[in-house]
Design a protein around this ligand. Sequence first.
Ligand SMILES: Nc1nc2c(ncn2[C@@H]2O[C@H](COP(=O)(O)OP(=O)(O)OP(=O)(O)O)[C@@H](O)[C@H]2O)c(=O)[nH]1
Ligand SMILES: [Mg+2]
Length: 233
Amino acid sequence: MKHPLQLAEFHLTVANDAQLPPPGPPEIAFAGRSNAGKSSAINALANRTRLAFTSKTPGRTQQINFFRLRNGALLADLPGYGYAAVPQALKRHWQEFLARYLATRQSLVGLVLVVDARHGLADLDRRLLAGYFPSGRPVLVLATKVDKFTASAQGGARRAIERDIAGEFPFHAAQVAVVAFSATRHIGIPAAEAILASWLGETTSDAGAPAPGDRKEKAPRSRGVTRGPKNPR
Ligand SMILES: Nc1nc2c(ncn2[C@@H]2O[C@H](COP(=O)(O)OP(=O)(O)OP(=O)(O)O)[C@@H](O)[C@H]2O)c(=O)[nH]1
Ligand SMILES: [Mg+2]
């Protein structure tokens, strides 16, 4: 059986709230700093080379590209944040858009936060998480570009991000799974696929017989964690 993200197709590009497709099918958003590797992660998970456009120039994706999965669900490739050379007004436009979208989009079933494993969480990542967590929905952090680490250091990079999130957002750690990932070396793809499939109510082909190493990366579910302070900082 093919994974639900495989053979995703381009659907729509939007530049503001008014152009968003009406909420309906389940939607998964990919967010992260400019150049973190969001578009590359989407391509790797969809098993396509140029579905989402990647670039060596940071700040390239200045709109939201939607992709449609075979089961009708949508993926949203959100504009990257934090790139210094983007004009201030445009930065503000997208930061406000992202905060609104993540807090209010009814059809959102989960957030994939793409983080360069060499840099860890940035302040803007923390702000984004603080705004999103009260929704009670799950987060998959892709600690990407781990191909830049030795095999033995990759787990350490993942655990450092886990510790960081647990320390900063103790009431929301159960909403988060962190997966060591590489789009170029195809690391972490089965673990990420299993989590995304569970958000979409599907199982991957190897479900029922998970590899021992996959167990700890079971999808987080919302568990009424919003009982804690809205922003634990
Ligand atoms: N080594 C390595 N490089 C990667 C990986 N993923 C992405 N890159 C590189 O990082 C750069 C940015 O990748 P993109 O996927 O375009 O990043 P993005 O987050 O979509 O960037 P914006 O759209 O500008 O926000 C490109 O040069 C990619 O080739 C990875 O897993 N390993
Ligand atoms: Mg991009």
